[in-house]
Design a protein around this ligand. Structure first.
Ligand code: 2HA
Ligand code: ZN
Length: 269
C-alpha cells in the first residue's frame, strides 16, 4: 500500500521515532489499552505533493481556534488506538492531518482516515503555544506513568515545585535532563478545552506537566526528547518509592549538592 512516508526518509525517520517511543511506553506499563497520545509537528517535511493531497475525512472542528497553526501538518496517534500496535504499524494506528485556514478545524490527508487522539485540543494548543514563542520543539507526548501518577494522589505533592525538588534530589541526572522541572495541573476532565488551557499556561514554565490523577504531558525537540524527560522523572520516582519500600525516607541530595550540580551543568534555576 502507498504511504506518505514512501521516498520521504526525513519524515519516515520522525514517524519511526514515534513508533519506537510507543513501544517503550507499552513496555514500561505506561500505555494500558489506548492510554496516552502523541502528536508531532511535521510541517517542515511537507512538500508541494503533500500540500496537494485531498482530504480523506470530513472537516472536523478542533473545539478551539489556534491562529499559529494555519497550514500546519501533524502526525497524530489515532483515538482508541493502542501504543503497542502503533509501535509496529504507525500509519495504521495514526494519521497525518492538515489544519485548515480557519485555524479551528482539520482534515485527515494520509495514509488512512484514522481519527486523531481524543486529546487533540490539548496537543494542538501546546503546538500553537510553542510556535507562538518561536520554540524549535516539534513533539508532544501524553502518557500514564504509574509512579508519577501515584505521587499525585498525595495532596502535599501537588503544591508548586514540591515534586520538582523532591524528584531532582533523588539522582543528579534528573535535574540535568529535566532542567525546567515538573508543573502540576489540578484534576480536569480528560480531553477538555479547560485541560488544554491549563496545560499551556504551565508550559510557560515547564516542559513536563502532571495532570493530577491522570498522567503527564511533555514537549520536546522530538518525541525521543519528550520521552527522555518523563523517563528521568519516573526513574527518580522509582528511587523514592524503593527507598520508602525499604522502610526509610530517602535523604535526597543536599541543597549544596544541588547547587553545585546546577552550576557545573549550567542549569537554569
Ligand atoms: O488516549 O490517555 O487522556 C487516551 C488518553 C486520554
Ligand atoms: Zn490519558
Amino acid at each position: 500500500m502507498k504511504s506518505i512516508l514512501d521516498n520521504r526518509p526525513a519524515l519516515a525517520k520522525e514517524v519511526n521515532k514515534v513508533a519506537e517511543v510507543a513501544g517503550y511506553l507499552w513496555q514500561k506499563g505506561w500505555a494500558e489499552r489506548n492510554g496516552g497520545n502523541i502528536t508531532i509537528n511535521i510541517t517542515e517535511f511537507v512538500d508541494d505533493e503533500i500540500k496537494a493531497l485531498p482530504a480523506i475525512s470530513d472537516v472536523t472542528s478542533i473545539g478551539t481556534t489556534l491562529p499559529n497553526l494555519k497550514g500546519c501538518y501533524f502526525y497524530c496517534k489515532g483515538t482508541n488506538m493502542r501504543m503497542r500496535d502503533l509501535a509496529r504499524w504507525p500509519m495504521e494506528n495514526g494519521s497525518v492531518i492538515r489544519i485548515l485556514d480557519d485555524c479551528a478545524s482539520y482534515v485527515i490527508i494520509a495514509d488512512q482516515p484514522v481519527k486523531p487522539t481524543s486529546e487533540l485540543p490539548s496537543h494542538l494548543s501546546m503546538h500553537n503555544f510553542l510556535i507562538g514563542k518561536g520554540s524549535n520543539y516539534k513533539a508532544s507526548l501524553h502518557t500514564h506513568p504509574i509512579d508519577l501518577i501515584a505521587m499525585t494522589h498525595h495532596k502535599p505533592f501537588l503544591e508548586k515545585d514540591v515534586l520538582t525538588n523532591l524528584l531532582w534530589s533523588m539522582i543528579p541526572e534528573t535535574k540535568a535532563f529535566c532542567p525546567r522541572g515538573l508543573g502540576i495541573i489540578p484534576y480536569k476532565l480528560p480531553s477538555s478545552v479547560e485541560l488544554a488551557q491549563a496545560t499551556i499556561a504551565e508550559l510557560k514554565e515547564y516542559d513536563v506537566v502532571m495532570w493530577e490523577k491522570h498522567g503527564v504531558c511533555a514537549v520536546g525537540i522530538d518525541i525521543m526528547d519528550a520521552f527522555d524527560q518523563v523517563d528521568v522523572l519516573s526513574k527518580s520516582a522509582q528511587i523514592y518509592m524503593t527507598s520508602k519500600n525499604m522502610g526509610f525516607e530517602p535523604g535526597g541530595m543536599s541543597a549544596e549538592q544541588m547547587q553545585e550540580m546546577t552550576v557545573a551543568f549550567n542549569l537554569p534555576k
